[in-house]
Design a protein around this ligand. Structure first.
Ligand code: H53
Length: 811
């Protein structure tokens, strides 16, 4: 293990020789030098891991994802290498505080929300459990936009995450791949009467890989996240340059670079843009070629061994095109027959479904396919023909309705390719991400596929890494847990359950709640610094952090806040513990209503926070630029976790797990992983409200009428009508009316009004529970103690058992 003096020397070395800095105490340079020093240790492990894994017979998983929300790497890598304390001392010797230094690094925000963060947690667990694994994705020049507020409205600015360099990455131009695009397919008639298809692409891109090391916690393994950057195949056009056309001499470069320039900022919404389609193909094509090349360096061209050694996991439908690219390579470059290629595909690929929302289930227009990937479309048609004739029609003879329903091509209107159908047909396993979600995938989304392929559809409940989401982000609570739990709970999270018997212990309760208060004080400082709002750390910190989306119902939380404010104005002596509602959420730049909800919350916050009449009993804060590193500060300080999606809409959620693990009590619907959290902590330690999945279906079937709630519930009516006045936006009535319109005239698609009263009652019960200090401390402790199931190590072991069948590869 690296010692203080070795680390100190390495930092000084990099400062002087890699960065050419004198000892001028520049924090950016120190952060970079420290990262480089730690990376030396990481890279050594990376090389030995690769040598161990790159052996015949070692089966590995390749995780294909368009998103990875990695956050910052320095603190995480130090914790996982178990040298945080030594580094802290080394950095102190050099005049720095390690916590401050870690803050210098930019977040790697190469994702939008839950899906991208899940991928990052999974990589952490794979390396921790010593599984051979490679993550593949895109090396976006700009990650998710930076968010600020101007007069309450969201402003987006580009994210320049590599502005000050990125010390962890290794560029590997020697492993670049070429990616063909566009053009046409030639059909050549062979002597034996058969025809051969030959794709003549008209454009070629180059994919250059950047490797980010993924350090396992207390393990032998450093795996790799390989991110592809797109460049032009021809670096420079000398012809144009010589003719004096200086600007266009770079033209092709610029076009090629746009492919990996920016992450699409939509979470769970597909806009059908050509550039996104090309992004998907670009990274899949590079990754498939890379997987094949790696296999061949180890085994030569041995396709039987390929199937044995290779698992490919598709993270949502975003990388579906990898299936068709693999087919194309096998057929056009290795002379496989269509049937043999398809058989191999079915051994290799598996697919994770993360959503039931129709707007998130990708469909690409056939005409776009035809233009950009004509050969792939041809292959797809053959797959579809085989699938419909040899599988669907065998199971359901003469049933054209089922054929149309299951077809990989959607007809009627513009023809579209149903990417999820292709995934289900090709994959050997399809999993949902929480019990209820997987059940709905079987029952509602793919019932016929479930009948056609019994046993293919399964569940793997999501998880989170306890290293980042407890050990690193909540050092005080971690120290307390170390005192009470013998095992290394950061690896074996189930061991925290030994705290269960101490949940009523007065000493533990005090220590636990003291730490919560300390964390709340730290967050209060952060809130003051970033918003200018002063909040009382003794108040209940009630937190909702996630992407802004109607189905996640930040507006339900908002309506309840307005109602509380109204109740306080009517009765300033109202019995209620002071409450601070804290939000963190980015809205997709094109999602109008989501942006209106942010605006409304900010406007109400302005008013409430400056109203002396309510005596600081209520505060509302919207922290700008929610991201992984901000989550790390908010989560340890939460008393209450808001998980209030419409039942049936949130596939799993993972923020719910992080907050509960840090001792927050959930107020939530019976949706996604909330259901499993409730099972673990028990009904007494969670506040469940609202309509269930079945009730939601019944309400919709009967014909939901939001107006009836508006007319019958005086508080709902008063609150919604208030939004039409200029009370929160002086001189500008109707500025906040968008929310009201969406709920009344817009039909309230996510049943906000139907759940309102039940939500309000649950909050009342929660307030009473908080006022009973012992009861609340018990609940908080039990939430931490009983989160063992949601360790992402458990999720990964489920994937291994049910889908990947890989083995740890240790020294
Ligand atoms: O994936 C998370 C789930 C969450 C779900 C989310 C997600 C995205 O972030 C993006 C696209 C998508 O289809 C799903 O909304 O419920 O926890 C990880 O599974």
């Amino acid at each position: 293990m690296a010692k203080r003096s070795t680390i100190k020397k390495a930092i000084e070395h990099h400062l002087q020789f890699t960065l050419a800095h004198s000892n001028d105490k520049n924090p950016e340079a120190f952060w970079k030098a420290t990262s480089l020093a730690i990376n030396d240790i990481v890279v050594e492990k990376l090389t030995t891991t690769r040598d161990r894994q790159n052996q015949p017979g070692v089966r590995s998983v390749n995780y294909l994802s368009l998103e990875y929300l990695m956050g910052r790497l320095l603190s995480n890598n130090l914790h996982n290498l178990a040298i945080y304390e030594e580094a802290e001392k080394a950095v102190k010797d050099l005049g720095f505080d390690l916590t401050d230094l870690c803050e210098q690094g930019a977040d790697l925000a190469l994702g939008n929300g839950g899906l991208g963060r899940l991928a990052a947690c999974f990589l952490d667990s794979l390396a921790t459990l010593d599984y051979p694994a490679t993550g593949y994705g895109i090396h976006y020049q700009h990650g998710l936009f930076k968010q600020s507020f101007k007069d309450g409205r969201q402003i987006e600015e580009p994210d320049l995450w590599r502005e000050f360099g990125s010390p962890w990455e290794i560029c590997r131009p020697e492993s670049a791949q070429l990616v063909p695009l566009y053009g046409h397919v030639e059909h050549i008639n062979n002597a034996d009467g058969s025809t051969t298809s030959k794709w003549q692409p008209s454009v070629q891109l180059k994919g250059v890989p950047w490797d980010i090391p993924i350090v396992g916690y207390n393990s032998d393994t450093v795996n790799v996240l390989r991110l592809w950057e797109s460049r032009s195949d021809q670096a420079f056009d000398w012809d144009l340059f010589n003719r004096g056309d200086f600007l266009n001499a770079h033209g092709k470069n610029i076009q090629a670079e746009t492919v990996s320039k920016v992450l699409y900022p939509n979470d769970e919404h597909e806009a059908g843009k050509e550039l996104r389609f090309i992004q998907q193909y670009f990274f899949c094509a590079c990754s498939i070629k890379d997987i094949i090349a790696r296999h061949q360096t180890i085994n030569g061209v041995d396709w039987a061994a390929f199937a044995k050694d290779t698992a490919i996991q598709l993270n949502d439908t975003h990388p579906t095109i990898a299936i068709l690219e693999f087919m194309r390579v096998l057929m056009d470059e290795y002379q496989f027959t269509h049937l043999d290629a398809w058989a191999l595909c079915r051994e290799v690929f598996a697919y994770t479904n993360h959503t039931l929302l129709p707007e998130a289930l990708e469909k690409w227009s056939v005409s776009l396919f035809e233009r950009v990937l004509p050969r792939h479309l041809e292959i797809l048609y053959t797959i579809n023909e085989d699938f419909l004739n040899n599988e669907v029609s065998v199971k359901w003879p003469d049933d054209n309705q089922i054929r149309a329903k299951l077809s990989l091509i959607e007809e009627g209107g513009e023809k579209k390719v149903r990417m999820a159908h292709l995934c289900v047909a090709a994959a050997h396993k399809v999993n949902g991400v929480a019990e209820i979600h997987s059940k709905l995938v079987k029952q509602d989304l793919f019932p016929e596929f479930d009948a056609l392929y019994p046993g293919k559809l399964t569940n793997v409940t999501n998880g989170i890494t306890p290293r980042r989401w407890l050990k690193a982000c909540n050092p005080k609570l971690s120290a307390l847990l170390n005192k009470h739990v013998k095992e290394d709970w950061a690896k074996d999270l189930d061991s925290l359950s030994s705290l269960e018997k101490l949940a009523d212990d007065a000493k533990l309760q005090k220590a636990f709640m003291d730490i919560k208060l300390e964390n709340k004080k730290a967050l209060a400082d952060e809130i003051l610094a970033s918003t200018g709002v002063k909040v009382n750390p003794e108040a209940i910190f009630d937190i909702q952090i996630k992407r802004l989306h109607e189905y996640k119902r930040q507006h339900l939380n908002f309506l309840h806040i307005v109602a509380l404010y109204r109740r306080l104005l009517e009765n300033p002596e109202l019995e209620m513990h002071p409450r601070v509602f804290i939000f963190g959420a980015k809205a997709a730049p094109g999602y109008r209503l989501a942006k209106e909800i942010i605006y409304a919350i900010n406007k109400v916050a302005d008013k409430v926070n400056n109203d002396a009449r309510i005596k600081d009993k209520l505060k509302v804060v919207f922290l700008p630029n929610y991201r992984v590193s901000l989550a790390e500060k908010m989560i340890p300080a939460a008393d209450v976790s808001e998980q209030i999606s419409t039942a049936g809409k949130e596939a799993s959620g993972t923020g719910n797990m992080k907050l509960a693990l840090n001792g927050a009590v959930t107020i939530g619907t019976l949706d996604g992983a909330n259901i499993e959290i409730a099972e673990e902590v028990g009904d007494d330690n969670i506040f469940i409200f609202g309509n269930t999945v079945e009730q939601v279906k019944a309400i919709k079937a009967e014909g939901y009428n939001p107006y009836s709630y508006y007319e019958q519930n005086a508080e709902i009516k008063a609150v919604l009508d208030w939004l039409d006045t200029d009370y929160f936006t002086p001189g500008k009535p109707y500025e906040l009316s968008a929310v009201k319109h969406s709920l009344l005239d817009g039909g309230d698609p996510y049943l906000v009004l139907a759940d309102y009263q039940s939500y309000s009652d649950a909050h009342q019960a929660l307030d009473e529970a908080y006022r009973d200090e012992k009861r609340w401390a018990r609940m908080a402790i039990l939430n931490t103690a009983l989160m063992g199931k949601f360790n992402s190590d458990r999720s990964i072991n489920d994937y291994v058992d049910r889908i990947w069948q890989i083995k740890p590869c240790t020294k």
